[in-house]
Design a protein around this ligand. Structure first.
Ligand SMILES: C[S@@+](CC[C@H](N)C(=O)[O-])C[C@H]1O[C@@H](n2cnc3c(N)ncnc32)[C@H](O)[C@@H]1O
Length: 628
């Protein structure tokens, strides 16, 4: 349950046309669920309990925040604390109709180190063994998406300073609809630019259409003041040419005036001279890749942040992903706030910022959406966890499926869509919709089960059901959190503490002897089974490539991605006094710095470790007290 609701801003409804405009003007885009959105706005943003998990860096008073939680919950926190932001960049789900996943790479087994060393050459990504884990889902119906987006944009506006501005990064799937929402929320007169970012590779191509090679970034201001403070883009060149200048470090550059089309082409399209020019930085994602689908290039963010903010300002990204906004804001001496619902995003961003020696706090909002890694994996998991639940295509897709009960017969089951935060709190609107629409079409059903993550007021809802349920069908309310929390089994770590004689500065050591992860073992056996099945299916075709199953050693150390030692606190906030990350090729990254040493199964520290955190390759973390 939220602790309270935080008002968006004073009189959010009055004077704001909100969604009424759409129905009033009878535009083709007609809004359903107007009242529900209206109610959310009036009610305010749900404020949840939160935990400060870790402070990274030496600056204990840092304003930089990395928050695991939903955009709206994060805004509720900021609003409650009176924190305002000066520039927002969001790159939310685009309603692209796709699920995005992360490649999870199996690391090297340190017990086979000698063999590995003989093959010192760097392995290419394709030679590494990996499987995919879903990271976030982007499948929406348009109306649901726009209602959700409206809630999010209203929340964001409520924490923007008077002279702040906002970039909203989208593409052809939904940008034109969102432009209308933005006009409603920020005012048509506050629209500044539609920026086209045109990229070279990627993008979908339909046979009947021209290749789609651009995204759209809308810029709006929140107040009257001009928000673009710099229209010059500096591009560095390898060699001097025409009007190049030289900076104090002896590098050649040209200053060009930015236009609203950011093309991924060289500065001058002179075929003979083409090779002389660096590509615009916006194109250079290849060196920055962090295996995070939908990651945007630092060069793009650099331009956007530079033109609309100054040093010392607060730059926020509420759909942080790989943390590109936070990284670039930090490079440009801005403060940053980054949030995301997915555990992989938070870890990727954290590790990225650690390598930059950034100072920041990590907070976890207990908003219930990130129950298991991320909303989409939680949804998938739920299907298996609800006892007896089966797909049922005789029912509307509103129901997740049904349970067969010996006494009551078929029981349809509703589970909120965790991707859409607006369905998270079970309120009178949702119950009303269930009773008045979805239960009306049920034949031969005596009972339904309605799961919730949060409930507005259980007694009130039960009374409402009693007074208004005319279907004759019983409704059982159930808490989702209960089933999820009971079934997650932590990874197990066997370790040995030792005195490190090899390095007098790092006298303490821990050697991991064994690592067991039920979640990963299940995932890997699923992957292997599928692989063999597919191979069997392709037996008679030309494509007879042999499937190589993933085999994990007895010790299981190749399933570890990261280890951190807290030598300061026995409990509470985490302090990472020593940490190593193991790159996908098996090399050690020590306190954010890459090395060329393969991991040997150990971690050493200068102070005595009190706690150890171990993260597996899919992002699950377990914390152990170190006993001596
Ligand atoms: C397109 S990606 C962002 C990519 C990012 N700009 C980058 O360059 O890496 C969208 C992100 O939004 C996150 N997300 C989805 N719904 C969210 C919500 N309600 N609140 C916060 N983050 C959310 C997803 O987990 C995903 O990481």
């Amino acid at each position: 349950m939220p602790i309270k609701y935080v008002p968006l801003y004073k009189d959010p409804i009055k004077g704001q046309a909100i969604l009424d405009n759409f129905t009033r003007t009878k535009r083709v885009l007609k809004y359903g669920k107007n009242e529900e959105v209206y109610d959310h706005i009036n009610r305010g943003m749900p404020y949840y309990e939160l935990e400060e998990n870790e402070i990274v860096g030496n600056d204990k008073d840092t304003k930089n925040l990395l928050v695991r939680g939903e955009c709206i919950s994060t805004c509720a926190y900021l609003k409650d604390k009176g924190i305002e932001v000066d520039l927002v960049y969001i790159d939310p789900p685009f309603a692209s109709g796709m699920d995005y996943s992360k490649k999870v790479y199996i690391r090297k087994n340190p017990k086979l180190l000698d063999k590995i060393k003989k093959k010192e050459e760097k392995l290419k990504d394709e030679e590494l063994q990996s499987f995919d884990e879903k990271m976030y889902g982007d499948i929406w119906n348009k109306e649901m998406y726009l209602n959700w987006m409206y809630d999010n944009l209203m929340a964001i506006k409520s924490i923007m300073s008077d002279n702040a501005s906002i970039y909203v990064h989208l593409d052809h799937h939904i940008c034109h609809y969102v432009k209308i929402l933005l006009d409603e929320i920020f005012g048509e007169e506050n629209f500044v630019n539609e920026i086209i970012w045109s990229y070279r590779s990627g993008g979908a191509s339909k046979s009947e259409a021209l290749p789609q090679k651009h995204d759209v970034i809308f810029l709006y201001k929140n107040g009257d003041e001009n928000v673009i403070n710099n229209k010059i883009e500096r591009q560095y060149l390898d060699k001097p040419f025409m009007d190049t200048k030289i900076d104090k470090d002896g590098k050649y550059y040209v200053d060009t005036i930015l236009r609203d089309v950011f093309e991924g082409a060289p500065y001058i399209m002179n075929e003979n001279k083409l090779e002389q020019y660096n590509m615009r930085p916006v194109l250079n994602l290849s060196k920055e890749r962090l295996d995070y689908d939908t990651q945007k290039p630092e060069g793009l963010l650099k331009i956007l942040i530079e033109i609309a903010s100054n040093e010392g300002m607060v730059v926020a990204d509420f759909f942080g992903g790989s943390g590109v906004t936070a990284k670039v804001a930090n490079d440009l001496k801005r403060n940053f706030i980054s949030c995301d619902v997915g555990i992989n995003s938070i870890q990727t961003t954290r590790d990225r910022l650690v390598s930059e020696n950034a100072n920041f706090k990590i907070m976890d909002i207990k908003d219930g959406v990130n129950l298991y890694r991320n909303p989409i994996q939680t949804m998938d998991k739920l299907k298996h966890l609800i006892n007896g639940l089966n797909d049922d295509n005789t029912l509307d897709s509103f129901w997740m499926g049904s349970i067969k009960d010996s006494k009551k017969g078929k029981i349809p089951v509703y589970v909120p869509n965790l991707i859409d935060s607006s369905t998270r709190v079970l309120d009178l609107h949702i119950i009303d919709e269930i009773m008045k629409i979805y239960m009306q079409n049920l034949d031969n059903v005596e009972k339904v089960i309605v799961y919730y993550i949060d409930i507005e007021d259980e007694e009130k809802i039960k009374k409402y059901i009693k007074d208004n349920n005319n279907t004759g069908i019983e409704i059982e309310l159930r808490d989702l959190k209960v089933i999820l929390s009971q079934t997650i089994i932590d990874d197990k770590v066997d370790y040995l503490s030792f005195d490190n004689k090899e390095d007098s500065r790092k006298k303490y050591g821990i050697e991991i002897k064994r690592f067991i992860s039920d979640r990963l073992s299940n995932k890997i056996s699923e992957y292997n089974q599928k692989g063999f099945l597919n191979q069997e299916k392709k037996k008679d075709t030309d494509n007879k490539k042999e499937f190589k199953p993933i085999i994990i050693s007895e010790e299981g150390l190749e399933l570890i991605e990261y280890i951190s030692l807290d030598c300061t606190n026995k409990q509470g906030k985490w302090q990472s006094d020593e940490e190593i990350k193991i790159s996908k090729e098996g090399y050690v990254i020590t306190n954010g710095k890459k090395t060329k040493t393969f991991w040997n199964g150990k971690i050493t520290s200068s102070k005595k470790p009190l706690r150890m955190k171990v993260r597996n390759i899919a992002g699950d973390e377990v914390v152990l007290q170190i006993e001596n």
